[in-house]
Design a protein around this ligand. Structure first.
Ligand code: NAP
Ligand code: GLV
Length: 309
């Protein structure tokens, strides 16, 4: 019985040391470095991997995602009995909360507009508002959505959130379900997407959604590129329905050379760096989870495969 890691070599080296210290009873193999007996592999950790890679391991029991999301894994190729576990670790959570706070402040204070004016050599005045006048709404009230809201709260933004099931978060007006989406969007000046990518949420950042937001509002997508219909965003920006957008994720990644998003003056783009898995803290979380697994205890971050997140 072994644990196999597939991914960045530097992370594998850190995790091998953590496993040697914390889970010495379980051999930790690194794909491409250690000799691997596929039949012995019960647990696998990967960020993404080709579908035919999964087929190598007939006795696989648990697939651990190296990241918070799981949609990038070849789940369709995974037998139904294999458990899937996402990464719930403080490095990702804090990184995302920082990114969202940065993006909200940048959009709230009209940075895309002022940068465009500076680049054009213009000194252009535009009235600014205080945070109390910019309503921020977060789609997805999971680990990342809640952490982002907690970081935004002291800045003074009026906050709201939207999720599948009903939530109660102090200081946050909560909406839920398809029935609550319109009311949520109607009162959001800066919309943050921190949803998982599932069949229900794919393409949710589209023309119909933008039309339900107040004219001149802004968008931050740090969920997945598949949430956004890029051409609808460009059209909403060009018509003034949206004023600006900050994107950390795109579909595909990287975007092809020359894509309109690279050059649109109202879009800020970062290359999927909002929240990175930190080798050390993630290795400890993974080791804790494997110890729970070996003890027959519930796992942190186990995905409901029927729900898709
Ligand atoms: P999570 O804890 O599983 O939370 C997911 C949230 O989304 C939950 O509140 C859930 O509602 C809500 N949700 C799911 N489907 C929905 C639907 N159909 N309608 C409304 N709400 C729905 O996930 P997380 O750890 O916060 O991570 C969220 C996502 O962030 C990841 O899946 C990944 O795609 C993305 N991410 C991006 C980066 C980056 O660097 N850009 C880094 C890490 C993660 P309930 O609470 O009702 O279940
Ligand atoms: C990054 O995108 C993650 O899912 O952790």
């Amino acid at each position: 019985m072994t644990f196999l890691y597939h991914g960045l070599e530097a992370r594998g080296a850190v995790w091998a040391d953590i496993f040697a210290a914390r889970v010495p009873q379980l051999p930790f193999w690194r794909w491409g470095i250690d000799p691997v007996d596929p039949a012995a592999v019960r647990y696998l950790a990967a960020w993404n991997a080709p579908a035919d890679f999964i087929a190598h391991f007939p006795n696989l029991e648990v697939l651990f995602s190296v990241g918070a999301g799981i949609d990038q894994l070849p789940l369709a190729a995974l037998p139904p009995q294999v458990r899937v576990v996402r990464m719930v670790e403080q490095g990702i959570i804090t990184g995302m909360a920082e990114y969202v706070a940065m993006a909200c402040l940048a959009l709230h204070r009209d940075l895309p507009f002022f940068i465009t004016e500076q680049r054009a050599g213009r000194w252009t005045y535009r009235h600014t508002r205080l945070a109390a006048e910019s309503r921020v709404g977060v789609m997805g009230l999971g680990e990342l959505g809640k952490a982002a809201l907690a970081m935004l709260a002291p800045l003074g933004f009026p906050l709201s959130g939207w999720s599948r099931s009903a939530h109660h978060i102090e200081g946050v007006t909560c909406f839920s379900g398809a029935g609550g989406l319109g009311a949520f969007l109607a009162q959001v000046d800066i919309l943050i997407c921190l949803l998982p990518l599932t069949p229900e949420t794919r393409g949710i950042l589209c023309r119909e959604t933008f039309a339900m937001m107040p004219r001149g509002s802004a968008l931050v997508n740090a969920g997945r590129g598949g949430h956004l219909v890029a051409e609808d965003l460009i059209a909403a920006l060009d018509s003034g329905q949206l004023r600006a957008a900050m994107l950390d994720v795109t579909d595909p990644e990287p975007l092809p050379e020359g894509h309109a998003i690279y050059h649109h003056p109202a879009v800020f783009l970062t290359p999927h760096v909002a929240a990175e898995t930190r080798h050390g803290s993630a290795g400890e979380v993974l080791a804790d989870n494997v110890l729970r697994l070996l003890a027959g205890e519930p796992l942190l971050g186990e995905v409901d495969r029927t729900r898709g997140y």
